[in-house]
Design a protein around this ligand. Structure first.
Ligand SMILES: *Cc1c(COP(=O)(O)O)cnc(C)c1O
Length: 336
């Protein structure tokens, strides 16, 4: 049988030979002493890309998000976000379980940010009766929104309002790279519309592990304490940071190819291509478990988001030939 085509997620990517070489050759030191030159280089470079003063390498996007939110929200205060946001869906209730942070959600169709809708829900910090809204978390691109790119106008509107209202904005930018490549909006523009941002290297950029949290120098100094407290202090971890630097050098611009592949899949499978903004294709109204099993039997792995929804994610380990093969298999199964 031909090689498996794994479209479950862009997290399944394996480090390429070039990335492995960069890892093997990385200069390292003890990062808990802040002495790993490769980690420091990655932190400086990432902070620069997003126009922030400082950055911190963390083991996962979840840790980046949760520390990021803790930096801008005290225990007993709340973070407001979309009901389908990763921070409240896939992070195991960490904000409450670990940090004593309350979360409140609004349903936004498709995960699309509507600044006015969120702003209307914000509760003041000086009221004796109400839980104070300290921060709003925004996800870009939106995972459960099928890789949707948040409209820049809405991000700007939320940011402008937040400065007057003294409410912080945290960006879950696990796939901000995809959003930027797809929209042409520079990373620094997205960066300056957030107080804290967590970005992942282990998705489309193809590293085995690694995320970076960016923010002000003062906040990132506090983040360093939280990371150690949570057991995220790592030692000669330049081997992982080297993979991230390699990902920035070699796998960032090529995300456009993943987006083209997603468009191809959409067209072949009868999905409206305009609903596909980045590297994800959502198939709605299908018997998800039946389709997933039939596809698996023919060497194509897909992810079941719900009983009637399947998600396909393109990434650097799926080339054009594999995309065509997956489209053949899926279109036959779906009879499209
Ligand atoms: C993957 C992802 C994260 C982080 O996930 P980890 O597995 O903890 O690295 C955060 N936010 C979004 C939107 C994601 O897709």
């Amino acid at each position: 049988m031909a090689e498996l085509v794994d479209l479950r997620s862009d997290t399944v990517t394996k480090p390429s030979p070039g990335m492995r070489r960069a890892m093997a050759e990385a200069e390292v030191g003890d990062d808990v002493y802040a002495e790993d030159p490769t980690v420091r280089a990655l932190e400086e470079r990432t902070a620069g890309l997003f126009g922030h003063e400082a950055a911190l390498f963390v083991p996962s996007g979840t840790m980046g998000n949760q520390i990021g939110m803790r930096l801008v929200c005290e225990p007993g205060q709340e973070v407001l976000c979309d009901a389908d946001a990763h921070v409240v869906t896939y992070e195991m209730g960490a904000a409450a379980a670990v940090f004593g942070i309350s979360t409140r959600t609004v349903v936004s169709p498709g995960g699309r940010l509507d600044a006015d809708q969120l702003i209307a829900q914000v509760r003041p910090k000086d009221n004796w009766h109400l839980t104070a809204t300290a921060a709003i978390a925004v996800e870009n691109s939106h995972n459960r929104g099928g890789g949707l790119v948040q409209p820049l106008g809405e991000l700007q509107k939320l940011w402008d309002w937040s400065r007057k209202a003294d409410v912080a904005v945290h960006l879950d930018g696990a796939r901000i790279w995809n959003a930027s490549v797809a929209s042409g909006v520079p990373l620094s523009t997205y960066g300056r519309l957030a107080d804290t941002a967590s970005v992942c290297f282990s998705k489309g950029l193809g590293t085995p592990v690694g995320s970076v949290l960016v923010g002000s120098a003062e906040r990132i100094a506090t983040a360093r304490l939280w990371r150690k407290r949570l057991g995220g202090g790592m030692r000669q971890v330049g081997v992982l940071a080297a993979a991230c630097l390699y990902g920035l050098d070699h796998h960032l611009d090529r995300l456009a190819e993943d987006h083209e592949h997603a468009q191809l899949l959409a067209k072949r499978l009868g999905v409206d291509p305009s609903s596909v903004e980045t590297n994800m294709v959502v198939l709605d109204g299908v018997e998800a478990s039946l389709v997933a099993e039939a596809a698996k039997a023919r060497g194509v792995l897909v992810s079941q988001v719900s009983a009637h929804r399947i998600r396909l994610v393109t990434h650097l380990d799926v080339d054009r030939g594999a995309i065509d093969r997956a489209a053949d298999v899926l279109s036959e199964i779906l009879n499209r």
